[in-house]
Design a protein around this ligand. Structure first.
Ligand SMILES: [Zn+2]
Length: 297
């Protein structure tokens, strides 16, 4: 298999890894049928924008909401400017993996913006916070359809991709007693020979649920769960995923000390390349379904 990973810093080729690269020179994969996933640097939080070969756009989480305690609003300051820069005026699906403020918060500005959102995929478990209330208010205000995924549901992200919800496996009423992280919508995304595991803040409890389901985890690109916390990326779960690249979304010097050393050690031991939004800024994966390239800010 000819998979290539290249790191570009601006237009400058910084590091080339995996010498099986099938592409030559610093030209970024271009042309038709490109899948592009950008993991945005939203400081301590998660937000990713997926642009599919069928020109669909999916946003997974939005980072944090600005409050009087922390004015940084990832939706206004990072996510919306990125979408505008990309010329995106419509989102086919917003996925709110779970209701924690560092994932759902930035979605509030997006949902209230002029960018049209066709549908929201929600884990189905509510929260008591002002952030959650603002999110619900925005969805209701715009009358955006809200959907809770069925067990193992395959999402309509176009004919060329296979995007399957591999967790949660049970309906919301059966998981209200779990912590919110373990209600995260976890998606396995396959495009040709290149695959992604997008985990939200899934912790060990939900990892066990996934392992019990027999879902195929093997993925080239692993969005490390819960900002690289030791509460996620359990050994069995991670070994079965066995990624080439682990992407950690976390803030510089965050108060949780994410990422923790245990997942980092695990990633290093298996030879995975570790990329972090706090070090590398926005991290973009571009793939034609055969090979992939990674660009950083
Ligand atoms: Zn989080």
């Amino acid at each position: 298999m000819n998979k290539g990973v290249k790191y570009f810093s601006g237009f400058l080729l910084a590091v080339a890894l995996f010498l099986t690269a099938s592409t030559s020179g610093p030209a970024v994969l271009a042309g038709k049928d490109i899948l592009k996933i950008t993991f945005l640097n939203v400081r301590q939080g998660d937000s990713a924008v997926i642009q599919t070969p069928d020109n669909k756009v999916i946003v997974i989480d939005g980072g944090q909401l600005g409050t009087r305690y922390s004015r940084f609003d990832a939706g206004e300051e990072v996510l919306i400017p990125f979408l505008e820069k990309e010329g995106i005026k419509k989102i086919d699906m917003v996925v709110a993996t779970h209701p924690d403020y560092d994932h759902m918060g930035g979605l509030v500005a997006l949902l209230n913006s002029d960018i049209k959102v066709d549908e929201v995929l929600d884990c189905g478990v509510p929260h008591t916070t002002g952030t959650y209330k603002a999110y619900v208010k925005a969805i209701k205000g715009k009358k955006i359809p809200l959907k809770i995924p069925e067990k193992g549901e395959v999402l309509n992200w176009g004919d060329k991709l296979r995007a399957q919800v591999i967790a949660p496996q049970v309906p919301p009423e059966k998981r209200m007693n779990r912590n919110l992280n373990n209600n995260s919508i976890v998606i396995k995304l396959d495009y040709g020979e290149v695959s992604f595991l997008l985990t939200g803040d899934c912790e060990h409890e939900e990892e066990h649920e996934i392992l019990g389901s027999g879902a195929r985890l093997k993925a080239d690109i692993y969005k490390a769960s819960h900002h690289g916390s030791r509460t996620g990326s359990g050994e069995v779960f991670y070994y079965l995923t066995d990624p080439e690249v682990a992407i950690i979304s976390c803030g510089k010097r965050n108060k949780f000390d994410h990422p923790h050393w245990e997942p980092i050690k695990l990633f290093r031991e298996t030879g995975a390349e570790i990329l972090r939004t706090d070090y590398h800024g926005d991290i973009t994966v571009i793939t034609d379904g055969k090979t992939y390239e990674i660009l950083e800010d």
